[in-house]
Design a protein around this ligand. Structure first.
Ligand code: NAD
Length: 363
């Protein structure tokens, strides 16, 4: 019996109750015995348009963990797309497995056909474990993909734009915390040196920040440390560093009961989705500690902004112009939270929810 079946058999557990708590429209379980594909697509909200969000391949310890992740990630996309002014709803997919060993062309195309079956209600893209060549493979079986390589008329790897947006959001947060947005001499720890983390390091190095890095794969951390002149730190030690800015660029929920008490930084600004394990409790704890938290779904929207350009007809200059707005949006949002006496995360949620409610009311 699989874990989800065991859970379903547990007295009191109901998938539909779970979905009504998170308010999901549709959750699709995809299985293919031939390729070994096990995927879940979460469509959270389509009031503003088709649900767009990347596909993550991760070796989840349990199926429940994969389900939780897709539910959290797809809900986050609803807010990210809404706050960024995009006419897109929120969705996301997860595939269970190790991306370093599980991926073949057939495997990705099988997933692409499941996406195609949804007829455009969900548009997929890159996320952890999925790159532009996977997108290219899927594009051969479905047009409902974005983040295509440039030779196919796409905007290429969205991480370039994500990293740039995170950098700008970090600068706006630094301005609020330190009175200047210069990152020269600021001690910044980047957790996760994958696509976004390493591109972010490039911006930070150029500005003269003092860098620390960690990564789950030691070889990646060693490479990044040498390329960007950073100090490599242990996976768990990153939370105890004497730093100015902590940039979570790995997986979510790293702001939690175990870590917040240990943080010594003034700003948290990074690319990872769903950084707050508990949005209310951990958002409040950061505020109480005087740490400025740049809402993840606001400052990491550069990638989806670029991908949205692809849906409209790709225009790189327009994509950059939209991503640049993240600086002012972040500055305004941090001030708004201050004025209203609420957490920065709550201020961001309120802004996104107001746009969705207005669109719903006008339908
Ligand atoms: P990636 O897979 O290229 O990089 C993630 C890195 O984090 C990997 O190198 C992985 O080994 C490392 N990692 C995992 N767990 C870790 C841990 N506990 N400590 C340190 N390192 C750890 O993914 P990415 O595309 O760079 O995305 C990074 C984060 O940003 C993800 O949460 C993703 O959802 C989010 N994000 C990415 C984009 C994008 O455009 N790629 C857009 C928005 C949000």
């Amino acid at each position: 019996m699989t874990e989800l079946k065991e859970l379903a058999a547990t007295k009191g557990f109901s998938l539909f109750e779970e979905f009504s708590t998170t308010n999901h429209e549709q959750v699709v379980f995809c299985h293919d015995a031939e390729t070994g594909l096990k995927a879940i697509i979460g469509i959270h909200n389509t009031v503003l348009g088709p649900a767009l969000g990347g596909c993550r391949i991760w070796n989840y310890a349990t199926e429940q963990e994969a389900l939780n992740d897709v539910l959290r990630l797809s809900r986050g996309m609803t807010y990210k797309n809404a706050i960024s002014g995009l006419n897109l709803g929120g969705g996301k997919a997860v595939i269970i497995g190790d991306s370093r060993t599980i991926k073949t062309k057939e495997f990705m195309q099988r997933f692409g056909r499941f996406v195609n079956d949804l007829g455009g209600k969900y548009i997929t893209a890159e996320d952890v474990g999925v790159n532009t060549s996977d997108i290219e493979n899927m594009y051969q079986v479905t047009k409902h993909v974005s983040g295509k390589p440039q030779h196919l008329g796409g905007g290429g790897d969205p991480s370039v734009f994500t990293a740039y947006g995170v950098y700008l959001g970090m600068k706006a947060s630094a301005k609020k915390a330190f009175g200047t947005d210069s990152l020269a001499g600021k001690r910044i720890a980047v957790q996760g040196v994958g696509h976004v983390g390493s591109l972010l390091l490039g911006h930070l190095q150029k500005e003269g920040a003092i860098l620390s890095v960690s990564d789950y794969f030691e070889d990646k951390a060693i490479d990044a440390a040498s390329k960007f002149g950073a100090t490599m730190v242990g996976l768990n030690d990153i939370y105890d560093l004497d730093i100015d800015i902590y940039a979570p660029c790995a997986l979510g929920a790293t702001l939690n009961d175990d870590t917040i008490g240990r943080l010594k930084c003034a700003v948290v600004a990074g690319a990872a989705n769903n950084q707050l394990k508990d949005e209310v409790k951990h958002g409040n704890e950061l505020t109480a500690k005087g740490i400025i938290y740049a809402p993840d779904f606001l400052i990491n929207a550069g990638g989806v902004i670029n991908v949205y350009q692809e849906v409209l007809g790709y225009d790189e200059a327009a994509a950059y112009a939209s991503v640049e707005k993240i600086y002012q949006f972040t500055a305004d949002l941090l001030d708004k939270a201050d004025k209203e006496g609420i957490t920065t995360h709550q201020a961001a949620l309120n802004t996104a929810e107001a746009r969705i409610a207005a669109a719903k009311a006008s339908k």
